[in-house]
Design a protein around this ligand. Structure first.
Ligand code: GAR
Length: 207
């Protein structure tokens, strides 16, 4: 049976767009809701333009009351009845209670080769460490931040004059390839990991 997917965003939603655009034809899932914690998130308009129902639950009025914020999120999810939640640039930390409710049904994309660089500023941290490879990971969400079984990784080279911005710009298109590839398998119950590697190499392979 076709799986119903809700996508949670906080910003531009480029990963959300990649996921939505992938769920056509014989894909085993369909998007049913794009939900943001920021009513101004640019991704909401992109989802609406694609005919996907959208909703926003502004986290700010809830202050430190994460449970009340999540109750409001859950109310939107109850209306949409998703089978799978995809966090796609959703920048709020979720409580263990919320995560338990979605146990085994929630995915996240993180811009590092986990278990390296959980949390923020992943590109700058990879550069500071002198890594020669960097990338992104899709993982199942468990209560520990950016933890949980890795379902896919995409690797890019770190090039000599990279800044955090140039590295982020190299990783992002790989995110857009990786997340849909993982979701497609996940929606059929296939948890075997997906591995992608960008065509770029350094030094160039013909050097
Ligand atoms: C993406 O790079 C995603 O990996 C990252 O936020 C960006 C969202 O971009 N997520 C995290 O850092 C989660 N900890 P998008 O809104 O264009 O998809």
């Amino acid at each position: 049976m076709t799986k119903r997917v809700a996508i949670l965003i906080s910003g531009g939603g480029s990963n959300m767009v990649a996921l939505v655009d992938s769920m056509t034809g014989d894909h085993p899932a369909r998007p049913v809701l794009v939900l943001s914690n920021d009513p101004q998130a640019a991704g909401l308009d992109k989802a609406a333009a694609r005919g996907i129902p959208t909703a926003a639950v502004d986290h700010r009025p809830y202050g430190k009351d994460r449970a009340a914020f999540e109750q409001a999120l859950q109310a939107e999810l109850d209306r949409a009845q998703p089978d799978i939640l995809c966090l796609a640039g959703f920048m709020r930390i979720l409580t263990a209670d919320f995560i338990a409710r979605w146990d085994g049904r929630m995915l996240n994309i993180h811009p590092s080769l986990l278990p390296k660089y959980k949390g923020l500023n992943t590109h700058a941290r990879a550069l500071a460490a002198g890594d020669t490879e960097h990338g992104c990971s899709v993982h199942q969400v468990t209560p520990a931040l950016d933890d949980g079984p890795v379902l896919g990784q995409a690797v890019v080279p770190v090039l000599p004059r990279d800044t955090a911005d140039t590295l982020a710009a190299r990783v992002l298109p790989m995110e857009h390839a990786l997340y849909p590839a993982v979701l497609r398998k996940f929606a059929t119950g296939d948890r075997t990991p997906v591995f992608l590697r960008s065509g770029l190499s350094f030094p160039p392979s013909n050097a």
